[in-house]
Design a protein around this ligand. Structure first.
Ligand code: UD1
Length: 329
């Protein structure tokens, strides 16, 4: 199949592109390179520079059989200080892409959505039937596109799948294709930046959450496992399925303290950590139910235990201290 991956030069996108190539598919990428890196793309991938809804970029590539739509801005804090940029990139550009699909009769789309659409969960583990109540602009923009895909499917016969990622983490096991965001703000890259002596310590955002050790609990899912779920969903859509919404997490949570302990073990560094105030709007505990992904896609995460995630992420960060800009990468 020929697949267009928007945002294919980004962290999750480049791992999905690599999994598609490994499975023998042809890939085109559209990326504006605002947070993606050209070095994350291999030479056998067709590339057009531009926004994901940019008609010139869309017309420049070979006609795809379907689209994996991963181009987006994805920092929660930034989405609150600059919502305009989030609505422009995540909503307006996505709607342009959907319109182009309908006009060109491209049959299917898989959207990279997020657990941030749910807001503060009322029940755990979080199933797809939980009512979405986003508490930040990032989650709101992702929900808007999830909903647009549903309405477009009903009206125009589009097949659409919404993938709600929990905390994407890890790197390609050979230490290539990892997370490259400066400055590192997500927990695992931040912790590993301390192990590399790029930062002297890491803040623990909240130590009196209602969790077993008082620190925030998240459902970390390996980026290669996320990629595998996309390939399974694609096969289902290609066989004529209408598409569905899937939570992609492991059903098991890890606290900040547990991440720190696993990182100390993997890196051999003592990684100093200091207690800080909880971040505003940060849920204490987020864990996915993956029953639907298991039942309908046959998805079984294989590398998402914390020590494998940290080992793979460490291999990437250790060998690429300046990310994709590291000489020789
Ligand atoms: C959020 C979004 C997620 C998005 C990601 C990237 C939600 C529910 N999730 O994840 O969809 O893809 O941001 O922007 O909004 N922590 C520390 N110290 C740090 C950093 C984080 O203690 O220096 C804690 C956080 O409080 C949290 C956990 O570590 O409990 C994970 O945080 P982070 O990696 O930033 O991701 P989320 O905020 O969960």
């Amino acid at each position: 199949m020929r697949v267009l991956v928007t945002g294919g030069a980004g962290y999750v996108g480049s791992n999905v592109v690599s999994a598609l190539r490994d499975a023998g598919h042809s890939v085109s990428v559209i990326d504006d390179l605002s947070s993606g890196h050209p070095a994350a793309l291999s030479d056998d991938v067709e590339f057009a520079h531009g926004g994901c809804g940019d008609p010139a970029a869309l017309e420049a590539i070979e006609r795809p059989d379907g689209i994996m739509h991963m181009a987006a801005k994805c920092s929660v804090g930034e989405s609150m200080s600059n919502p305009r940029a989030y609505y422009e990139t995540n909503v307006r550009e996505s709607l342009r892409l959907l319109d182009w699909m309908v006009d060109r009769e491209i049959p299917w789309i898989i959207h990279s959505s997020t657990c941030a659409v749910y807001g503060i969960p009322r029940r755990l583990p979080l199933g797809e039937d939980a009512t979405p109540r986003p508490i930040n602009a990032y989650g709101a923009t992702k929900l808007a596109v999830d909903q647009a895909i549903s309405y477009y499917s009903g009206a125009y016969g589009l097949q659409g799948t919404r993938m709600r990622y929990f905390n994407a983490a890890g790197a390609q096991p050979d230490g290539t294709l990892g997370e490259d965001k400066t400055p590192a703000s997500n927990l695992i890259p931040r912790v590993l930046a301390v192990a590399l002596d790029i930062h002297k310590d890491v803040g623990i955002f909240g130590t009196d959450h209602p969790t077993p050790d008082g620190t925030g609990v998240r459902d970390y899912v390996h980026v290669r496992d996320l990629a595998a779920a996309h390939l399974l969903a694609m096969d289902k859509l290609a066989s004529g399925d209408a598409g569905n919404t899937y939570n992609l997490g492991t059903e098991s949570g890890s606290s900040v303290q547990e991440v720190l302990a696993a990182a100390r073990e993997v890196t051999g560094h003592d990684i100093p950590a200091i207690a800080k105030e909880a971040r505003e709007g940060d849920p204490a505990l987020l864990v996915a139910s993956r029953q639907r992904a298991r039942d309908e896609l046959g998805w079984e995460p294989e590398r998402s235990d914390l020590s494998t995630i940290l080992r793979d992420a460490w291999e990437w960060h250790r060998t690429h201290p300046s990310g994709h800009r590291t000489a020789g990468s």
